[in-house]
Ligand binder design. Structure first.
Ligand SMILES: Cc1cc2nc3c(=O)[nH]c(=O)nc-3n(C[C@H](O)[C@H](O)[C@H](O)COP(=O)(O)O)c2cc1C
Length: 193
């Protein structure tokens, strides 16, 4: 069983990275193989707008370091989507990935979209923000879940909204770290892939 974590924070030791590491540890405790893709550190290009994925469904024509991982989503048991809030929204690195995930949807003749990934997968969300109100960026968080895990038909194993990051670093919040580990366990246990 494979769990893929897409990390949209540029900070290798930041809050998103710390929480993703705990989730992946939980997943490995259940025998999963885990891979973290640090979007800031790979050669990641944006969607070309070529729309070839409307015909060649499930395949993105753009070629870069993300290409094999986009493909791996189809065979993975679950995914983790993690990123900080930048300027009220998901980070730019994460938005590049979200746009590329358009290739994982097919248009339906009657309108709307159909997921091209097999049912039975799980997903988890990690969002880290400076502001202390966890409701403040719900629109962005709903967007991230809706365009990725839930939009693709995956079952949510859990989400962490980490707030007030300056005075509440994730690494020092043991109960949050424990929750992250448990989410990793559920990612594997609840997956049917
Ligand atoms: C460019 C930039 C923009 C940010 N914008 C916001 C924001 O709009 N709202 C907020 O609450 N925090 C904002 N922050 C703070 C980060 O979301 C916060 O520090 C977060 O914990 C960083 O996550 P990381 O440690 O995983 O990198 C911003 C930080 C940066 C660098």
């Amino acid at each position: 069983m494979k769990i893929l974590a897409f990390n949209g924070s540029p900070r290798a030791k930041g809050n998103t990275s710390t929480l993703i590491a705990a989730i992946l540890e939980g997943a490995r405790s259940q025998g999963a193989k885990t891979t973290e893709i640090r979007l800031h550190d790979i050669n990641l290009k944006g969607c070309m707008g070529c729309l070839s994925c409307r015909k060649d469904i499930g395949n993105c024509k753009q070629r870069d370091d993300l290409s094999p991982y986009l493909e791996e989503i189809k065979s993975a048991a679950g995914i983790v989507m993690g990123c900080p809030i930048y300027m009220y929204r998901i980070s730019g690195q994460m938005k590049l990935l979200v746009d590329r995930m358009y290739s994982l949807y097919a248009n339906l003749p009657e309108g709307g979209y159909k997921s091209m990934v097999k049912p039975g997968k799980t997903y988890a969300l990690v969002v880290s923000q400076g502001a202390d109100n966890p409701e403040l960026y719900q629109k962005s968080i709903r967007y991230l879940a809706g365009m990725t895990g839930s939009g693709l038909g995956m079952e949510e194993a859990g989400r962490i909204i980490h707030v007030n990051s300056e005075v509440n670093p994730a690494a020092k919040n043991q109960s949050m770290m424990n929750t992250a580990f448990e989410i990793g366990v559920k990612l594997v246990k609840n997956s049917k892939n």
